[in-house]
Ligand binder design. Sequence first.
Ligand code: NAD
Length: 276
Amino acid sequence: MSSGVVPASMPEITSGRPTARRFEEKVCVVTGGASGIGRAVVLRLAAEGARVAVLDMDLAGARESLELAGGETTGLAAEIDVRSSASVEAAAGLVKGQLGNADVLVNNAGIEILGTIDEMAPDVWDEIMAVNLRGPYLTSRIFLPQLLARAAERGGAAVVHNASLMGLVSSAGLAAYCASKAGVVSLTRSMALDYAKQNLRVNCVCPGIIHTPMLERRFAMQPDREQAYRDTSRRPPVQYIGRPEDVAASVAYLASDEARFVTGSALTIDGGVGAA
Ligand code: NAD
């Protein structure tokens, strides 16, 4: 796939070698950490000193992310299915037992299935909601005691949901995905209000088009769409497709104490698409 034109003068994201160490002594949990944006988040948080729990349905991929982040001294890799209470409970127990209570939860796991509502059978709709919306609810709910304990002990803890620009605006042929991500934006605001007094901040990122395996799968199904990006007609205003590190940098900011006065916000990372 063409990842879009990257201008020669583009500033580099310092993922993997940032100067800040904002997560020293902190335990950060990342769902969907085996691939794409989740892997970039794992690398970024680990590079800033975090002990990271890389959780994913894809255990081999989660292990690979942990290895890239520095290996077992950096944290742990474990299997999770965010649709299942039992699976999330087991992962939360593992994190608490091996790393201690979570300071940061990044709800990143997600799926995209194309279709208008007439094309989409109810079980496919339910599947998207189960992963993209019920998943962040369930994972937040199960990690909540750990996060609140840390917030009480250290003065703050944070949840960052990975929503999407599609949670703020919509795109044709993507009804369930857009609805699920709009739900995540709303969940962000509700959780922010519900736990603000307990020093738990809750924000979400709303990425636009980002070059990950999810996008490659989409372009494989819609070659005309990829061609449109190649021809520049659909490129974001900045003229290139975003990279996982672009999202990871914003997730790290929202998860860090630098964002101590930021809660309930939805940060777009979209090269200007949402402004149009
Ligand atoms: P990806 O497919 O590369 O990674 C998603 C990861 O989630 C995979 O490792 C997968 O195994 C995991 N996962 C899927 N279902 C799971 C489940 N039930 N339990 C646990 N793990 C599960 O995709 P990505 O592009 O990196 O997407 C990450 C997040 O970013 C998603 O929530 C996606 O909706 C969101 N997002 C992506 C884009 C984009 O353009 N790529 C844009 C906006 C938002």
